[in-house]
Design a binder for this molecule. Structure first.
Ligand code: IPM
Ligand code: MN
Length: 348
């Protein structure tokens, strides 16, 4: 039997609850489709930080490299560890170390889920640059605490980084409805974003079958509300993609439905799968977090591992549950009830 080595990093808060839920469904999918998931769990989290003074051991990245994929729940417990410390100690280094430069986030309404918009027929795939740009971590502070204090945080855009993410966007568009929208702010940011626009135009020559639109981030935010059905694949920088995908989550009914994959396209390292939502300390461990985003992210993991049929079946099972009103609205069903509904739809 085929088997895949999965590193589980449940992390903090509801990350733990939803990782358990997702793994239950994915394991059932393996049983049905003839593969095993050999999961090893790592306790790296804010609780781990309080004990060890670091979010993960110094050889954490080396340990993860041996796995076929990483499944992450959520990171952050700001009451004890500042977010800038926990995220720069775990989530962000993993994305960068394994060149997971493509952060893929699908935004569409699952059946039975009511979104806030009039339009219900949108199906958007956001591709967010995930390793550089505004979140490169380049910068510094001087004269701290003094009147002349200065903080600088420089966005880094390299030709390699920009080309590869835009090419990835074109490839995704080619496999879907063949429309790519590149999001910048090149009217105001005259170096990096003009460069991004130029690269997009250069690469477009290789994809004559894909139509390209260029939009500024502000107009794009409005478009996602006013005419989301006009969008297919959207490609954006790290910061812009981060913001747009929370908007995407909102229009698809909330963060409980927003799945994501951090992909290393050349497979030189493992890719990582995680729901977009955070650790939600206020509802942690209460069996009330919606596991749909986490299970959907798990389906994306199966797809990436080459188990496309199982991935489609998990997604279909999610849709059967939400269509029946289970997990489709906040606060009506417990985490385990939703998980069981998805599992029995999968098994039936
Ligand atoms: C996300 C999150 C993270 C990000 C934070 C927690 C650093 O908001 O995955 O969208 O911005 O990358
Ligand atoms: Mn975000």
């Amino acid at each position: 039997m085929k088997s895949y080595k999965i590193a589980l990093v449940p992390g903090d808060g509801i990350g733990v609850d939803v990782t358990e839920a997702a793994m239950e469904v994915l394991t059932a999918a393996g049983q049905k489709f003839g593969f095993a998931l050999e999961a090893e769990s790592f306790p790296w989290s804010c609780a781990y930080y309080l004990q060890h003074g670091a979010m993960m051991p110094t050889d954490g990245i080396t340990q993860l490299r041996a796995f076929d994929a990483i499944y992450l729940g959520a990171v952050g417990w700001p009451e004890t560890v500042p977010d800038a410390v926990s995220l720069h100690g775990l989530l962000l280094p993993i994305r960068k170390a394994f060149n997971q430069y493509a952060n893929i986030r699908p935004h569409r309404l699952l059946p039975g889920v009511e979104g806030p918009l009039k339009s219900e027929r949108f199906d958007i795939l956001c591709i967010r640059e995930n390793t550089e740009g505004e979140y490169a971590g380049a910068g510094g502070r001087v004269h701290q605490g003094m009147g002349n204090e200065v903080a600088v945080e420089t966005a880094i855009f390299t030709r390699e980084g920009v080309e590869r993410i835009i090419r990835f966007g074109f490839e995704q568009a080619r496999a879907r409805r063949k429309h790519l929208t590149s999001v910048t702010k090149s009217n105001a940011q005259k170096f990096s974003m003009v460069f991004w626009d130029e690269v997009t135009k250069e690469l477009a020559a290789d994809y004559p079958d894909v139509t390209v639109s260029h939009m500024h981030i502000d107009a794009m935010a409005a478009k996602m509300v006013m005419a989301p059905e006009s969008l297919d694949v959207v490609v954006a920088s790290n910061l812009f993609g981060d913001i747009l995908t929370d908007l995407g989550a909102a229009i698809q009914g909330g963060l409980g439905f927003a799945a994501s994959a951090n992909i290393c396209p050349d497979r030189s390292g493992p890719s990582m799968f995680e729901p977009v939502h955070g650790s939600a300390p206020d509802i942690a461990g209460q069996n009330i977090a919606n596991p749909i985003a986490a299970i959907w992210s798990g389906a994306m993991m199966l797809e990436h591992l080459g188990e496309g049929e199982a991935a489609a079946a998990v997604l279909f099972a999610i849709e059967s549950a939400t269509a029946a009103g289970i997990g489709s609205r906040p606060g009506t069903h417990a985490t385990d009830a939703i998980t069981n509904a998805v599992k029995s739809a999968l098994e039936s």
